[in-house]
Every structure is written in C-alpha cells, then in structure tokens.
Write a protein that binds this ligand. Structure first.
Ligand code: BGC
Length: 552
C-alpha cells in the first residue's frame, strides 16, 4: 500500500468513529465541581477525563454548558457561543477538549436550535420592538384570537404543561413549545439559519467533533395563518407524510442539508445525532449522509425488560439504520428519563410520574432486581452493532433519586404542572465519587441537588477495583468490546427458549441474555464477561454473558 493510500485509510477510519462509538453523556452541572460552589463545571470534567478514559468510552457528549438562566437545566440558551460563567470559561473548554483529545476521546456538544432562552439578546430586542418588526420575526409572535385577542393564536400545547403561548403586555403572543422562558425560533427566517451555522462553525473551530441536536424534529413549522390545530404532543398521531403543523415536517431536512455542508467542510467531517421524536418509520430521514447522519432511537429505552420486546426493537432498528447507511443508536438512560436500574425494578407498565409523586414508595422498588436486569440489558446493548449512548452514573448502577425534597426540585415540569409531576431531577443528582464527604467527592461544597445517603455505597471509590461492581463490569465490557467489535453485523441464534436471546457478531463474538428467572444451559464457548455470577455451565436468570469461540 502506498503512503497516500495509508493516510486516506486512516482518515476514513477517523471519519467513521461515530458508527460504533460508546458515547458518555455528561450533564455538566452534576458531574464534577472544581470550585466548591455546588455546581459541576468544565474544569471538574477535565479532572475526570482520566476516569472516562479508564472507563473506555470513545466520546463525551456535554449537555448544554452555555450561559443560561436554568429555566430548563441549561436547555434555555442565552448565548450559544460561550460557557456559562458558573461553569467556567472558553479557555476551560479548550483545555477540556485538549485533555479529551489527548487520550483519544471525542467531544460532542448539545445544540439547542428550536428555542433560545428568554434572556437571549434577540428575545430582549424582540420584546423592545414593535409587532411586525424584524426583531420579532426571529421568533413566532402572533396576535391572539377573539374580539380582543385574548385567546391564544392556536391550541398548541407546551411539553411542560399549559398552552404553548404567552401573552405580552402589548397584547401579542409568542410561541414556546417548552417553558415560557424558551421562546421558539422562526426557522423560516434566513437570519436564524445563518446564525446557527455560525454557531456550528464556532464549536467545530474549537475542535469539537460532533453535535447532539435537541428537538431536531420541531424546527420547521407550518406558520401560515390561521395556524393549524395541534392539541396533542408529538408522538400522538403525527401523520406519516411530513405534514404535521409542528413536528417532523419534510422541510426540516432542508435545514440539516445546509448543516451537513458545514460539517463536511471540516476534516474529518463533524458528526451529528438527532434527538427526533418522529414516527419510527421516519427516523431514518434524520440519519441520511446528507442530513444529520445519525438519529437517536429510544425504542430500547421504552421497551419492557422482555426478550421478545428487545428482539423486535433490535431487529427493527438495525433494519432502519441500513436504509440510509447510518448505524443504529442505543440508549437505556439519559437526563430526561427515570434511570434504567430503577425502571427495571418496578412493575412493567406503571406510570413513573405517579411513582415519583409517592417519593418512590409505591409500588415498592426492587433495587437489587432492577440493577441485576440493568446490568444484563447494558451488556446486551454493548454487544449490538452501532453506537451506545451512556448517561453519567449508570456505570455506577445508580438508581433514580425519587425522594428529593419538594422544595429542592428544579425541573420546570414541577412548576408548570402545578406540582403534580416532579419531572427529571431524580436522574440529575450530582455524582458520587468518594464514599463520604460533603457531596461524596462531587466537590468541596454541598451539591446543588441533595444526594441520598446510599451514595456512599455506589460511589466510584466504593466500586473501583471490586470485580463484581457495576463500574468494573462496564470497564471490562468496554475494553473487550474494543477488541471484539468488527463489522456492523448481527445474526440471531435460535435458543429454543422464549426468554433467552442469543446473537453472534462476526469473528465468533456471542451474546446470550436470559430475560427469564430460571437458569438455562450455557452454549459452548469461553465466557469472557458476565453481568452476574455464572457457574456450572448455567446462565442464571436476568443475566447476560459474552462468549467467544477461541481462547483469550
Ligand atoms: C431535552 C430536554 C429539554 C428539551 C427542551 C429535550 O429533548 O433533552 O432536556 O427539556 O429538549 O430543550
């Protein structure tokens, strides 16, 4: 092979890093606090890059770290090209990227294009400007309905409860699909489009490798007057032809085609993953090589812990990914949902919002079982072709903190639903690094959300070096995955048991997962890693193993 062929092969390899990457999501305010103010920060993350390297992840995705009034945990961005002062500076960010890159970890940032914060200078300008002005046209301002305009311009509702419209003293209304502090942008406006391309370049120029695109399915809206009715949230009845007034419209892909040109102007091209709550049949449209390239699917996250459900989700998602030449994504936990160790320890089908309102007392959580199943499900996920997205703390087997005192809750869902739903704070509690101390090593001060006493048992320090700990399971599985992973192919193997899934990847990498409670015979092979104790040729219930056909 000539030298130039070698170089291009390397570049290609690097350009494809995302296809089967393990991406670790950091919720910056709750990861590591370097300056004792109770809030995680960028410098704190930098000190923990060696931890992430030892864990064996390929990339770190940062939830928003931009200046924000925190009306929605940072998903209300006041300045897209800066770091929140309480989280650090752009210099801190550059140092973090350098530290990550030095150990081969890519950096992905969250881009929030559907809405800004109400503290964004554009919104301040819009408020100070006349109805019909150019400043208001960056957002979605409309007159109200009814004789005196006192009715909202449409029946659109907010994801956090209540109408998606707020009225101003001058009588006009503005649209917000989330909190009132998150006014929606008008993506028909070329100025908005150009500004986001500038933001994408800003971070790419600082060395960022990719983007996670928030609410990617909602940017394009049918704003023709009168506004069309949409009294339900997105996953309820979005038509499959891309003509819903708010969600998953065909036009949204024109925006991402423009973004792709920006991504491809870098070497290697920047990557992106869409958070798109589109009908699953239309998800592939976000994952085209001329669009964002990859899309989250939350099908596994939503599935019950049942062999058939996992089998069907995996088969469907792998098939969808091949439609566009993308790779599938897999997610079991993130900053928006009840942690999977907890979900799997509760009866299937319960309403988690209701459960949280009982402070996690009813129904009773089976913590041990939940964790056993979570470890088994995660080990299965790591063996799948495609990218696994992890959420901070799941490698410690953390449970949802269901009993945060009500006065400490921060999620806008809590306020906007008039305290009838607690929201997502229970999965956003700052991480425990040490067995004791003011905030279990999160920082020298008190954590911004209260941590439970059980954190002394689940802290990094309590698990490190203990072979049967969840942390060591993640570490050994991720290390082995790097060795075993080859092409994105999976073949199902018939097991003769409804509760047992078995698949094999090229090179003889087998994954066998027993979702039932009774032990089953282990197939031939060398056990390389197991989510629970395996002995006497039997695979216990709620346990996954990886086997290879050749010796170590
Ligand atoms: C993010 C949420 C956020 C919402 C509004 C979501 O999809 O993951 O955390 O509240 O977008 O930005």
């Amino acid at each position: 092979m000539t030298e130039s062929a070698l170089i291009s092969a390397d570049t290609r390899l690097d350009a494809d890093w995302w296809r089967q990457a393990v991406v670790y999501q950091v919720y910056p305010r709750s990861f590591a606090d370097s300056n004792a103010d109770g809030i995680g920060d960028i410098a704190g993350l930098t000190t923990r890059i060696p931890y992430l390297a030892a864990l064996g992840v390929d990339a770190v995705w940062l939830s928003p770290f931009y200046p924000s009034a925190l009306a929605d945990g940072g998903y209300d961005v006041a300045d897209y090209r800066n770091v929140a002062p309480e989280l650090g500076t752009l210099d801190d960010f550059d140092a973090m990227v350098a530290a990550a890159h030095a150990v081969g970890i890519k950096v992905v940032v969250d881009i929030v294009p559907n809405h800004t914060s109400d503290l964004h200078p554009w919104f301040a300008e819009a408020l100070a400007s006349e109805p019909g002005s150019a400043a208001r046209n960056r957002y979605i301002f409309r007159d109200g309905l009814g004789a005196d305009g006192s009715e909202p311009p449409s029946d659109w509702i907010s994801h956090f409860g209540g109408p998606a419209w707020t009225r101003l003293p001058d009588g006009q209304w503005y649209c917000h699909l989330f909190a009132p502090e998150q006014p929606d942008l008008n993506w028909d406006n070329p100025e908005v489009r150009d500004d986001f391309k500038t933001t994408l370049r800003f971070w790419a120029d600082r060395g960022v490798d990719g983007y996670r695109v928030d609410v990617a399915h909602a940017l394009a809206k049918d704003l023709s007057w009168p506004l069309r009715s949409k009294p339900t949230l997105e996953d309820e009845g979005v038509p499959l032809d891309g003509t819903d007034p708010l969600y998953d419209r065909n036009e949204v892909h024109e925006i991402y085609a423009e973004w792709r040109e920006v991504f491809n102007s870098y070497d290697p091209p920047r990557t992106a993953v869409a958070e798109a709550y589109a009908p699953s049949e239309r998800r592939a449209l976000y994952a085209t090589p001329t669009g964002l390239g990859q899309a989250f699917n939350f099908d596994l996250l939503k599935a019950d812990y049942r062999a058939r459900d996992f089998h069907d989700v995996i088969t469907f998602c792998l098939n969808e990914a091949t439609k566009t030449g993308s790779s599938s994504t897999w997610v079991l936990s993130n900053h928006d949902v009840v942690r999977h160790a907890t979900r799997y320890g509760l009866p299937a089908g319960i309403d988690y919002d209701d459960w949280l309102m009982t402070d996690g007392t009813l129904p009773v959580l089976d913590e041990v079982r939940g964790l056993r199943r979570a470890r088994a499900a995660t080990l299965l996920m790591f063996a799948l072709p495609g990218s696994s997205y992890l959420y901070q703390g799941e490698e410690l087997g953390l449970h949802e903190v269901a009993d945060i005192p009500r006065e400490a809750l921060q999620d806008p869902i809590w306020l906007r639903t008039e305290n009838t739903k607690k929201g997502r704070d229970g999965c956003r509690v700052p991480l425990p690094w040490e067995n004791d101390g003011r905030s279990y090593g999160f920082g020298a001060g008190n954590a911004h959300l209260p941590q439970p006493a059980g954190f002394s048992r689940t802290a990094v320090a309590a698990q490190q070096g203990h072979a049967d700990s969840t942390l060591e399971l993640y570490r050994s599985a991720l290390q082995l995955r790097r060795q075993l992973q080859t092409t994105e192919v999976l073949e199902w193997v018939e097991t003769g048991h409804d509760d047992v899934l078995h698949f094999v990847r090229p090179g003889g990498w087998h994954c066998v997962s027993n979702f039932g409670v009774d032990p089953v015979a282990l197939p031939e092979g060398l056990v390389r890693v197991a989510s629970g104790p395996v002995a006497d040729g039997l695979l216990p219930g709620e346990t996954t193993v990886w086997l290879t056909e050749w010796p170590v």
